[in-house]
Design a protein around this ligand. Structure first.
Ligand code: IFM
Length: 471
């Protein structure tokens, strides 16, 4: 796949050569990205970079369990060592600061900071305190996600997100974190990508805990969103000065033809990808079309749940990667129809920046109460190699440039977008794909843990310097 993707890219972008890259990356003079208050940062997540899974009292997570099962993760990779960030965090913060990045989005490993009885684990907490304090010393804006998929295994043993009680345990965890870390966090996100936790974790089994049942997926989603809703007032009470929100991964679905059936299929694709999460958060109800797509999967919802879930958000984090072209499956659903001859990444995902713009402008029309938006993840995987100490990640540079242009277009169309985080600061454990897929703007050699700044990061740094120098 990697070779196919680069071949397509080479034919589509013959003009992008090493010499022209620097010039071509800088946004045009009228771009809103020149605004100094548009935050540009990078993102990571605990299980993907920290390693040190058995240190300082950290408990097992569902990803330790899942990745240990043969066949679940490519090449049998696990997050046991990852980027060894738990030990190398100081150098990593230096690197982040040296690139001039203004924001850093990280996540906390729940099993590192709380024991099974709900008591704090001081050593784990101290790690995040040191990290966040150092980031603040460097003047970096901190976005902290409480749940980026590493559920403590002891909670999964009691049903995980299928058990309503997990939502209440999450609120306890949010309470502890916001009491301990108040003042060092600029923005809290409760959950990262509940679609992935619910659908990949409980609907098709591609992610931990590996269960596969549509009814499980909708119930897990409800408990995840309830967890978010229960945590919001707790975060507000403990850390009033910070912003609070949630991060959703959104998907663009396009119809394979003009037929009414294919148009409906594309609509249903976006219902299960986007409205399944955004409707409860912003309208206080699940989209009824979801249960046409997955009949008989209505979750058990108790009185007051939807009100809890739809409490006001200070911001909505949006993660965007690609589009899916779909056709009707001839019944009540859709099927993927991959397009030929389009540019793809190492993941096989189509590069489709217009999808980001179109979704954002569409949300503005659909949700009258759409909160301010941060693009909390965007980026791509490529099979990057270090040659003579350099990484020429040509496709990523072009990808970032085009997606930043899409963000600019959405802002100009009236969407309130306040920042953008590259996914990811460095190559890391890409879940079921292990270490093969490299999303970083910094290359990691996993045998030595050496970090090498890729050309894309150098160009982002150059742009940020120019922006800072402007009057
Ligand atoms: O690596 C993931 C991240 O953890 C969540 N969003 C998508 C990224 C790329 O797959």
């Amino acid at each position: 796949m990697a070779n196919d993707a680069s071949a397509v890219f080479d034919t589509l972008s013959p003009a992008v050569s090493r010499g022209s890259l620097a010039d071509s990356f800088t946004p045009p003079a009228d771009s809103t990205l020149w605004r100094k208050n548009f935050l540009l940062g990078a993102a990571t997540a605990s299980y993907q970079i920290e390693g040190a899974v058995n240190e300082d009292g950290r408990l097992p997570s569902i990803w330790d369990t899942f990745s240990a099962i043969p066949g679940k993760v490519l090449a049998g990779d696990t997050g046991a060592v990852a980027c060894d960030h738990y030990h190398r965090w100081e150098a990593d913060v230096e690197m982040l600061a040296s690139l001039g990045l203004e924001g850093y989005r990280l996540s906390i490993a729940w099993p590192r900071v709380m024991d099974a009885a709900g008591a704090p684990n001081r050593k784990g907490l101290d790690f995040y305190k040191r990290l966040l304090n150092r980031l603040k010393e460097k003047g970096i804006t901190t976005f902290v996600t409480l749940y980026h998929w590493d559920l403590p295994q002891h909670l999964e043993d009691r049903g995980g997100w299928l058990n309503r009680d997990t939502a209440y345990r999450f609120a306890d965890y949010a309470d502890l974190m916001s009491r301990e870390l108040a003042g060092t966090v600029d923005a809290w996100a409760t959950l990262n990508e509940p679609w992935c936790s619910a659908y990949l974790g409980y609907g098709n089994g591609h992610h931990a805990p590996g269960l596969a049942n549509d009814r499980f997926a909708t119930q897990a989603m409800h408990h995840l969103l309830l967890a978010h809703g229960l945590a919001m007032p707790v975060l507000r009470a403990n850390d009033p000065a910070s912003e609070k929100g949630i991060v959703a991964n959104i998907g663009r679905g396009t119809p394979n033809s003009d037929s009414a059936a294919d148009q409906r299929a594309a609509h249903l694709f976006e219902v299960q990808h986007n409205a399944w999460i955004l409707d409860p958060l912003l309208k206080g109800s699940y989209p009824q079309d979801l249960f046409e797509l997955w009949p008989g999967t209505e979750p058990l919802v108790l009185d007051g749940d939807m009100q809890t879930i739809s409490a006001r958000l200070d911001f909505l984090g949006i993660n965007y990667y690609f589009r899916t072209n779909v056709a009707s499956d001839g019944a009540h659903g859709f099927r993927d129809v991959p397009l030929e001859g389009v540019e793809r990444t190492q993941m096989g995902w189509e590069v489709y920046p217009d999808g980001l713009r179109d979704l954002l402008t569409g949300f503005k029309k659909t949700y009258h109460n759409l909160p301010p938006i941060y693009i909390t993840e965007n980026g791509m995987a490529s099979d990057d190699q270090v040659t003579d100490g350099h990484v020429e990640d040509t496709q990523r540079i072009s990808f970032l440039k085009r997606h930043l242009a899409a963000v600019d277009q959405a802002i100009k169309a009236g969407v309130d977008i306040r920042g953008y985080f590259l996914w990811s600061l460095m190559d890391n454990f890409e879940w079921a794909f292990g270490y093969e897929r490299r999303f970083g703007v910094v290359h990691v050699d996993y045998s030595t843990q050496k970090r090498t700044i890729k050309r894309s990061a150098e160009l982002v740094e150059k742009f940020l310097k120019e922006r800072k120098a402007r009057a």
